[in-house]
Write a protein that binds this ligand. Structure first.
Ligand SMILES: [Zn+2]
Length: 87
């Protein structure tokens, strides 16, 4: 695989999401800020370059940008991520 345009899906970063949110997050629901549709994070299109970009499977708009930096992750989220509360 050499083409940067090839994408996988959110399930490919299940481990990274687990690290960011402290829970399994591929089943987490996200409401898109653009098309208003709901999709599980695992269904989102994943693009990898210097970091990770998740895009809405419904309209292609941004869902998340995750940059992996020395000692930290810089995370920008878009839309509404519905994270279940513990307990
Ligand atoms: Zn959308």
């Amino acid at each position: 695989m050499t083409a940067e345009e090839l994408h996988t899906d959110g399930n490919a970063i299940a481990g990274l999401l687990m690290e960011l949110f402290g829970r399994e997050a591929t089943e987490v629901d996200r409401a898109c800020q653009s098309c208003r549709r709901h999709f599980a994070i695992g269904e989102h299109m994943l693009y990898e370059s210097a970091g990770y970009v998740l895009r809405c499977p419904g309209c292609g708009d941004l869902a998340a940008c995750i940059a992996v930096l020395p000692g930290q992750h810089a995370v920008r989220l878009y839309g509404t991520w519905s994270l279940p509360r513990a307990g």
